[in-house]
Design a protein around this ligand. Sequence first.
Ligand SMILES: *Cc1c(COP(=O)(O)O)cnc(C)c1O
Length: 217
Amino acid sequence: MSLQDVQDRIAKAEAAAGRAPGSVRLVAVSKVQPAERVEAVLKAGHRLFGENRVQEAQDRWPPFREQFDGIELVLIGPLQTNKVKPAVELFDGIHSVDRPKLARKLADLAQERGACPELMIQVNTGAEPQKAGILPDEADAFIAEVRSMDLPLTGLMCIPPVEETPSLHFALLAKIAEQNGLAELSMGMSGDFEQAIAFGATQVRVGSAVFGERAYD
Ligand SMILES: *Cc1c(COP(=O)(O)O)cnc(C)c1O
């Protein structure tokens, strides 16, 4: 477990970018990690976690929430329309809003429940066909549409293409957010979170650097 190490690196990157200490939040991405590793990070006092699948998060987090106060959970993976209801019940934030149909469903549930998780729109900055997210060209219109539904939209999220320099993608996301007056930027993972901080990330999503490599079986 390298929570402290990642926190130190975030603090250094904030300072190097001339940003206020504590201006970047660490989302510890716990998907697929064994429960002992997650528990160790909880015991070390960390409370903000990211998961990419609704089902997996539903199995894991309710027991931890009984054991530890103040847990905040965000969804960072694609959300199917038929999973929206359990998702809004479980998560405090959803970073992967990427299409009008999903936004409408979230708006209906927000009406019904009188509450909604904080939302971010995922932008497919590399326009990769296999990747979720709204295309950069369509982002302004989609942001306006989500706002017109009275949803609590706070920012934008991206996952840069593996083969490309992430900085260009971080810069593009920051530009779209600025144009639209959105304060939150969810960008940067284990391999590039320091660069993301230099480009204005307010939340970095770090998995393996905190917990160790994921073992898929
Ligand atoms: C898995 C995942 C991460 C964390 O990846 P690491 O490389 O382990 O830090 C971040 N964001 C999303 C959307 C992910 O699915």
